[in-house]
Design a protein around this ligand. Sequence first.
Ligand code: COA
Length: 178
Amino acid sequence: MVNMAPPDEPIPLALPPSPPGAEAPFVVRTGDGADDAACGRIMATSALASSYARRLPHAALLLADDSPLCLAGRSRMVGEVAGKVVGFADYRPWDGHIKYLFVHPRAQARGVGAALVDAVQNAVGGRVGVHVLAVNDSALLWYLRRSFRIVDGWEEPFADVPAVWIRLVRERLPDERP
Ligand SMILES: CC(C)(COP(=O)(O)OP(=O)(O)OC[C@H]1O[C@@H](n2cnc3c(N)ncnc32)[C@H](O)[C@@H]1OP(=O)(O)O)[C@@H](O)C(=O)NCCC(=O)NCCS
């Protein structure tokens, strides 16, 4: 289990490109199984701190699961500051489906999530897509502000309770020409 409260120590962040003299540059790198434990902890911490967690009380145990997150054949991009993982995106390289995107609450709103999604799209070299719970409206808006568009919606259980899911896709990086 993880603590609901974020850690006391601030995570130092400097965004790419790091200004000269920045103490801890932010880097995005390819992740692997060695990051499973860090990613599992970030996923639980981020999920529990999110606005959608309050709308899914029946899923509290699932959201709080901070066990190592297995890659299960997928690929991974990791955002790191001073050697510390602050966010990650797990995706399927063959079709660009982003399975997980989580940024530690103390590292959010600094461009880490956007850098991770862009790195995935660069690596995939084409369309990327994601499935988002409809109750997670802040994430839906976040993707829409980054040129994703809604292409589908359906009902599927989440933690054994019926839920609405939304599929969004983005054909290319926002500044790429068609
Ligand atoms: C959704 C999520 C991944 C976004 O990650 P993030 O790192 O906070 O995203 P960014 O920092 O790129 O963007 C967040 C905001 O910070 C702003 N921002 C970007 N760079 C910034 C900077 N250098 N300084 C300050 N703010 C900045 C952006 O403008 C953005 O604002 P907007 O959403 O109003 O457009 C993160 O909130 C999260 O982990 N949520 C919980 C899990 C979740 O919902 N995952 C997605 C479902 S699949």
